[in-house]
Ligand binder design. Structure first.
Ligand SMILES: [Zn+2]
Length: 442
């Protein structure tokens, strides 16, 4: 059943929802949005109650019967339950993934201890239970039952937003004016009926969205290109090409930024000791700029990769935090890791918007498995760059070896069915034995 759904998704069409954000709600006259301001904290508190319930007690359920009392209408209550269910669902999924990664890490740690390759400094991985998400910012994912977007006729505005309020049957009418940019994006599109309302320090903002259906145009028989993700090379394809890198200029900038932050932290400590109340902030503008710049470079690399392989379909890694940490063993593992996570997202997005088939495959052992004889061993990695199989002696660029493994995992149902790291290793060893037998290996 699951496989059929996946198959269909890959071969018919991909629906992408595009957001049109930053539409300011106009305060036509002072106090117009007061009713919305009054609703916000009540909504947020209710939503939080359900988030906590769905994260700690019951399974997230959009259709859960109302269990908390609130001055909000039944319809608003339902909206809060739906939004909370969504938040809790992704929290639960992320937590479950992280926990599975922790178990994998632990197993790897034990494996290393047994085979004597454990670094003396490496501590045993520990699990820290996650906190239930806390809603800080007002974000309301409203549907047509509580907020209606209506085209404005005969008016200087583009739309009217009809918002139900705390007061019974009293609706708030807020004019919406789109910028030229918004007009251009939305031209000829059908706007989705669900809208998002955000309250930030300076007022209320509206986000609209529309769906675009892009048919998948890749032939099922198209060649599969495996994509490996890394730092030295953002993207390495099984066709032997590299796109983008973290090294060089980006790394220099990152080093400078790190120095700057260090100096700032020192200054803070110094001032703190002297009893200064107002301390300079630790957040770094240049750090944010750098992260943005890295994302742009990643986008460019992924674009180039797709442009270079117009008729291919792509297999890429289902990167886990554990693999990212492994791939980002350099100093600022977390900075690298957060940027690395952007690469698979960008691959998925590029595939969707171009109508290209792309699937994620398991990433365990892709960097350790020999792409010829399947022998999986950490020792196969001589260093970051060189792969040399300890059994068959096959030697190749490490990223290229990984990308070939990823290519091979396309359509490998046996491997996909493996539950954990252990099962994958057992399967690879079994294939390795098979390879040995077929090639008359002693
Ligand atoms: Zn080998």
């Amino acid at each position: 059943m699951k496989r059929r759904r996946r198959y269909q998704r890959q071969n018919t069409a991909q629906r992408i929802t595009k957001a049109v954000a930053h539409i300011r709600l106009i305060e036509a006259n002072p106090g117009k949005l007061a009713a919305l301001d009054a609703l916000a904290p009540v909504y947020l508190a209710l939503c939080q109650q359900y988030v906590t319930l769905f994260c700690t007690g019951e399974q997230p359920d959009k259709f859960h019967a109302p269990v908390f009392s609130t001055p909000l209408s039944e319809r608003w209550h339902r909206v809060a339950i739906q939004q909370a269910a969504g938040i809790a669902q992704s929290w639960r999924t992320n937590r479950a993934n992280a926990y599975q990664e922790y178990l994998d890490d632990l197993l790897e740690h034990q494996e290393q201890r047994v085979d004597g390759t454990l670094d003396a400094q490496t501590e045993e991985p520990t699990w820290k239970e996650w906190d239930v998400p806390t809603l800080h910012q007002t974000c309301i994912q409203a549907n047509v039952n509580v907020v209606v977007l209506e085209p404005a006729q005969d008016s200087t505005f583009d739309y009217w937003l009809k918002i139900s309020t705390l007061a019974f049957r009293k609706q708030l009418l807020v004019p919406v004016k789109l910028a030229d940019y918004h007009h251009k994006v939305l031209e000829g599109k059908t706007i989705n009926t669900s809208v998002t309302l955000n309250k930030r320090g300076d007022g209320w903002w509206l986000t609209l969205s529309y769906d675009e259906v892009v048919p998948v145009q890749t032939e099922p028989s198209a060649p599969v290109v495996g994509v490996d993700v890394g730092i030295a090379n953002f993207v390495t394809t099984s066709t032997g090409e590299h796109f983008g890198t973290f090294h060089g200029k980006l790394r220099e900038r990152q080093k400078r930024d790190r120095e700057k932050r260090r100096r700032k932290a020192k200054l803070r400590k110094c001032l703190e000791k002297k009893g200064v109340k107002k301390l300079p902030s630790t957040s770094s503008k240049s750090g944010q700029r750098l992260a943005r710049h890295v994302r742009q470079e990643i986008n460019r690399a992924v674009n180039q990769c797709f442009a270079k392989h117009p008729d291919a379909q792509f297999a890429y890694e289902q990167l886990s935090v554990a693999t990212m940490k492994y791939k980002a063993r350099a100093m600022n593992a977390y900075l690298y890791a957060s940027n690395l996570a952007h690469i698979p997202k960008q691959i998925a997005w590029n595939a969707a918007k171009r109508g290209v088939a792309a699937i994620r495959v398991k990433s365990v052992y892709t960097s350790q498995e020999c792409s010829v004889c399947h022998y999986p061993d950490r020792a196969n990695r001589l260093n970051q760059q060189t792969f040399c199989c300890q059994v068959c002696g096959y030697s190749i660029h490490a990223d290229l070896n990984a990308s070939i493994n990823i290519e091979h995992r396309w359509g490998d149902d046996e491997l996909r069915a493996c539950k954990d790291r252990k099962a994958v290793k057992a399967l690879l060893m079994q294939r390795h034995q098979e390879w040995k037998r077929q090639n008359g290996w002693p």
